[in-house]
Design a protein around this ligand. Structure first.
Ligand code: URA
Length: 211
């Protein structure tokens, strides 16, 4: 059963792009492009409930047309390193966004994520999209959301590419108020905490570093 705050985005293009990046033969150039396109579809869903401000404009044909513009700013927060692969796609849709960066690494003694970089723009009053492609144990994403909340955010949505039950449960326990959107909810973690069937190491595949 998927936790109530997890949404698996259903769209044939999501399945298509995700299958391309799961394929072990896909090289970094195509990998980055497909991740960008997946980010469009995921970000569109993760912002589908954004409030609009009614805005009167003139079209070239006549005045008095009432449309809508986004009523609040947006902030993108990629979790380093793999989250960087989703920034360009998110900016294609939300080009006015400010961008914060969070870097976390595993403390080898405690196995807990420890922050090594945290640079956030003002987040109060904004929709904050935390970009973390692989939700494995959930420790890093939960810690990133802790940091974003501590900075004053109260409207946070997480955007992942692949999730698994352990990570989704961690998020449901630690941040039940924070929705998580994903392209695929996979079976399980292997003993090294990689997602199965997954897509391997997202950062390595995006940036062409050997695993
Ligand atoms: N991070 C990755 O890049 N891949 C996984 O499967 C798990 C964590």
């Amino acid at each position: 059963m998927t936790p109530p705050n997890l949404t698996v985005v259903q769209h044939p293009l999501v399945v298509h792009y995700l299958t391309v990046i799961r394929d072990r033969r896909t090289a970094p150039r195509e990998y980055r492009e497909m991740t960008r396109r997946l980010s469009w579809l995921l970000v569109a869903e993760a912002t589908a409930d954004l409030p609009l401000l009614p805005t009167e404009i003139e079209t070239p044909m006549e005045g008095g047309f009432v449309g809508g513009r986004l009523a609040k700013p947006t902030v993108l927060v990629p979790v380093l390193r793999a989250g960087l692969g989703m920034v360009e796609g998110a900016l294609d849709l939300l080009g006015e966004s400010s961008i914060g960066y969070i870097g976390l690494q595993r403390d080898e003694e405690t196995a807990r994520p420890v922050g090594y970089y945290n640079k956030l723009p003002p987040v109060s009053g904004a929709r904050v999209l935390v970009l973390e492609p692989m939700l494995a144990t959930g420790g890093s994403l939960a810690a990133a959301v802790d940091l974003v909340k501590a900075a004053g955010a109260d409207d946070i949505v997480c955007v992942c590419v692949v999730t698994c039950p352990e990570g989704a449960e961690t998020m449901a326990e630690r941040h039940p108020d924070t929705p998580v959107y994903t392209a695929g909810h996979d079976r399980e973690l292997d003993p090294r905490k990689y997602i199965l069937p997954g897509l391997g190491d997202m950062g390595d595949r995006l940036f062409g570093t050997p695993h």
